[in-house]
Design a protein around this ligand. Structure first.
Ligand code: DX5
Ligand code: ZN
Length: 220
């Protein structure tokens, strides 16, 4: 069943010199998750942040930390992100040879496990791991950078995955990430997404604008 729409601001678009304040500001503004984009300059062509930053931010918010790993390998870092305070840990199937094992590893730390599908990755990648996943993330841009344009083919994948999740009977989050603005948010929700990652669209206009930005993305 499609759950209530939740907004997950990507702190990639926040002011990195004031990250604690920014995380507090999005919580006050009504965000549901804090989306943390972790990039290694190898799996994707950009470098961002690691577990120490997650740890430093943890005390600034009670919201679930939704940690999107764009790194390879993943397994050696799961324990550190879990200990740092991640609540959901999501990886790309291309990051290693044993997706199921990595999902089990994440769950063995008591965390929710997610699978992220790149624009060219077929939905079949989750066919045999549905029992092990708590979140499926549909990338609507190629991972690596904020501020890119939404790839419309993602909507078709969201529709297919919505049907598969409903058939599973489990409360799996269906998250969309990349190029979300007021218009693409509406299209993604209509297709069946229930968690919207939004970097640029959240962090535009300074802290005073965040609540309005989040409300509009939710469709309200
Ligand atoms: C891209 C990241 C996204 C990105 C979204 O690799 O996974 O979370 O920061 O940024 P916007 O919302 O600006 O497209
Ligand atoms: Zn992301």
């Amino acid at each position: 069943m499609q759950q209530k729409v939740r907004i997950a601001p990507s702190i990639l678009s926040a002011d990195f010199a004031r990250l604690g304040e920014e995380v507090r500001a999005i919580e006050t503004a009504g965000a549901d998750y804090v989306h943390v984009d972790v990039m290694d300059g190898h799996f994707v062509p950009n470098l961002t942040i690691g577990p120490n930053v997650v740890k430093a931010l943890r005390s600034h918010s009670k919201l679930p930390f939704d940690v999107h790993l764009m790194i390879a390998p993943v397994d050696p870092y799961v324990a550190e992100f879990a200990a740092a305070g991640a609540d959901i840990i999501t990886l790309h199937p291309e990051a290693g040879p044993h997706l199921h094992r990595t999902l089990q590893l994440i769950k063995s730390h008591g965390k929710k496990a997610g699978v992220a599908l790149n624009p060219a990755t077929p939905v079949d990648a989750v066919d045999y791991v549905m029992d092990a996943v708590d979140l499926i993330l549909v990338m609507s841009v190629n991972p690596g950078f904020g501020g890119q344009s939404f790839i419309p083919e993602a909507l078709e994948k969201i529709k297919i995955l919505r049907a598969r999740i409903d058939k599973s009977g489990r409360a799996i989050d269906l998250e969309v990430d990349g190029g979300i603005n007021d218009d693409t948010a509406r299209a993604a929700i209509a297709a069946g997404a229930d968690v919207l990652v939004a970097g640029t669209a959240t962090f535009t206009g300074g802290a005073g604008a965040y609540a309005g930005n989040i409300r509009r993305l939710r469709g309200g």
